[in-house]
Design a binder for this molecule. Sequence first.
Ligand SMILES: [Zn+2]
Length: 352
Amino acid sequence: MAGLKQTIIRGGLESLYFTGAHIALRPLVGGVGAILTLHHVRPPRPDRFQPNRLLEVTPRFLARVVRTLRRSGLDLVSLDEMHRRMTEGDFSRHFVCLTFDDGYRDTLQWAYPILKEAEVPFAVYVPTSFPDRLGQLWWLVLEAVVARNDRIGLVIGGRDRKFDCRTVAEKRALYDELYWWLRGRSTESELREVVRNLAAFYHVDIAAFCNELCMSWPELAELAADPLVTIGAHTVNHPILAKLAKDTARSEMDLSRSVIEAALAVRPQHLSYPFGDRSSAAAREFEIAAELGFKTAVTTRPGVLFPGHRNCMMALPRISLNGDYQRIRYVRVLLSGAATAMWNGFRRLDAA
Ligand SMILES: [Zn+2]
């Protein structure tokens, strides 16, 4: 199913490119700017089972994207500058912001040298439990359980279920099924409990992912010291905010800001909602972010920025640089706004 979906998306991006629907590669047709989402930037790995590969691009691809953006005459700006342009209505030049979610060590190791050299400002949204080494990167725990076993048992709906996952195709299908089943749990604590049980039963060390993949506070401090870098909030525990009680959701957003301020001596003004899709962050979360006084907050709802977004700065769309589509022509189509306009049914603002 995932393969089919990808083929359709890729086909859509290809046909938009070849029909010129994105208007002769002009960037941001109808829009004024865009915010790009990245997660991992690292060299490709040979494993065939990489269900989270969409969350990573190669350093080479990032370098090409930066060159393409520069050549297209777009301004690469910080979140503060994006906020200024949006609120003052300064749309004389098109602009793009680069944002990295989760604070992975490869942001420092691979992305930073490229962006530093090209003098590109960027933001890193940090869930504070990750540098505190208490984070549960549960999607990677699930990946490890499925990768390392041929058969998995799980209690679903009170029933003992067994799943075969011997081949790569079976592993991919099972990962998708279990990922979305977990995302569908009614509370965050239920999701975490299932993952903790799976990790314990199949001997996967949850803490190891944080230690291995995420920046420590000293590493984050190294980035934060550079004026090119904006450190943003991304909650404490990286929960699906919409599944939390309102007070808990609020303290996840508020507390993460205080922890970052205590550790790095910078108070984050910008927020990224974990997962960031419609089922993870919506009207209630946007209201809380506004009450807490964030200047901007980003979702993962796909889209470019229009002047009207100045009235919904707590629900900004982004464009994800997806590891499955590492071609410059896809980036051109996405940045033209043509693909996301189709995706959104030609509706420009979506802040409900
Ligand atoms: Zn995240």
